[in-house]
Design a protein around this ligand. Structure first.
Ligand SMILES: NC(=O)c1ccc[n+]([C@@H]2O[C@H](COP(=O)([O-])OP(=O)(O)OC[C@H]3O[C@@H](n4cnc5c(N)ncnc54)[C@H](OP(=O)(O)O)[C@@H]3O)[C@@H](O)[C@H]2O)c1
Length: 196
C-alpha cells in the first residue's frame, strides 16, 4: 500500500514552524500538525494562518490536538494508532517556549525540556524514523570560544532560563541510548528573521 509522503510537525502556529509548514505543503507533503487548542479553536488556527495563500492545501493538512508539555504530547490512544498508520517520514519538533524571563524558568523546563522528551518519545512510539529538533545557537551560552557542531557541554553559563532549557533539551537528546532509531537531527539557528 502506498502512503502519501507525510511529515509530523509541532509548533506550526509559531514563527519558524509556519514557514516550515508552508514549505512542506508547497512541496506536496501531507502534514500532520500537532497544535494546541486556543480560545476554543484548533483547525481554525491553521486555516487562518494559511488563508492568505489559498492554495487548496486543506486536503494535505491534518490538525491534531496536542500539547508537548504532556506525556506523548497528550495524544490519545485512538489517535496514536491513526498517526502510526499515516507512516510519517519525519517528526519536525519546532514547538517551544521562546521567552527569556527569569520567572518563567519552570515553564521553560516544562515546554522545552520535558516538551522535547515527550516529542521524541512520541516519535519513537509512532515508529517515525527521523526526529528533527529546533535548538538554538544560544546553547553555547556564555562560552567564549569558537564552537564546533559537536560541542555542547563546555561548562558554559547561561544568560537566561531559555538558553538553559534549550541546552538541557539538547543534552537529553545527546544522552539517549538507542539503536540510532529514530535518527536525531539538531538545528542551531541563531536569530531567524524575515517573512511574517
Ligand atoms: N525564532 C528564532 O529566531 C529562533 C532562533 C533559534 C531557535 N529557535 C527555536 O525554533 C523553535 C520555534 O521558534 P519560533 O520562533 O517559531 O517560536 P514561536 O513563534 O514562539 O512559536 C512557538 C510555537 O511552539 C508552540 N508551542 C509552545 N509550547 C507548546 C506546547 N506546550 N505544546 C504545543 N505547542 C507549543 C506554539 O504554539 P501556540 O501557538 O499554541 O503558542 C508555537 O506554535 C523554538 O524551539 C525556538 O527555540 C527560534
Amino acid at each position: 500500500m502506498n502512503f502519501p509522503r507525510t511529515i509530523l510537525i509541532t509548533g506550526s502556529t509559531g514563527y519558524v514552524g509556519r514557514h516550515l509548514l508552508i514549505a512542506l505543503l508547497q512541496a506536496g507533503y501531507r502534514v500532520l500538525a500537532i497544535v494546541r487548542r486556543r480560545n476554543g479553536q484548533l483547525e481554525q488556527r491553521l486555516t487562518d494562518l494559511l488563508a492568505p495563500f489559498d492554495n487548496g492545501w486543506s486536503g494535505q493538512l491534518v490538525v491534531v490536538e496536542g500539547d508537548v508539555s504532556q506525556p506523548l504530547c497528550g495524544i490519545t490512544d485512538g489517535l496514536l494508532s491513526e498517526l502510526k498508520q499515516a507512516k510519517p517520514l519525519a517528526f519536525l519538533h519546532s514547538a517551544g517556549l521562546t521567552r527569556f524571563d527569569a520567572h518563567l524558568a519552570d515553564d521553560l523546563k516544562r515546554h522545552n525540556v520535558a516538551g522535547t522528551q515527550h516529542a521524541y518519545e512520541l516519535c519513537a512510539v509512532l515508529g517515525i524514523p527521523e526526529f528533527h529538533h529546533l535548538s538554538t545557537a544560544f546553547v553555547a551560552g556564555t562560552s567564549d570560544h569558537v564552537w564546533q557542531e559537536s560541542d555542547l557541554d563546555c561548562g558554559q553559563g547561561f544568560r537566561n532560563p531559555y538558553e538553559k532549557s534549550k541546552f538541557e533539551a539538547e543534552s537529553y537528546l545527546h544522552n539517549i541510548s538507542s539503536d540510532g532509531t529514530p535518527k536525531i537531527v539538531i538545528y542551531r539557528p541563531s536569530i531567524v528573521v524575515g517573512g511574517q
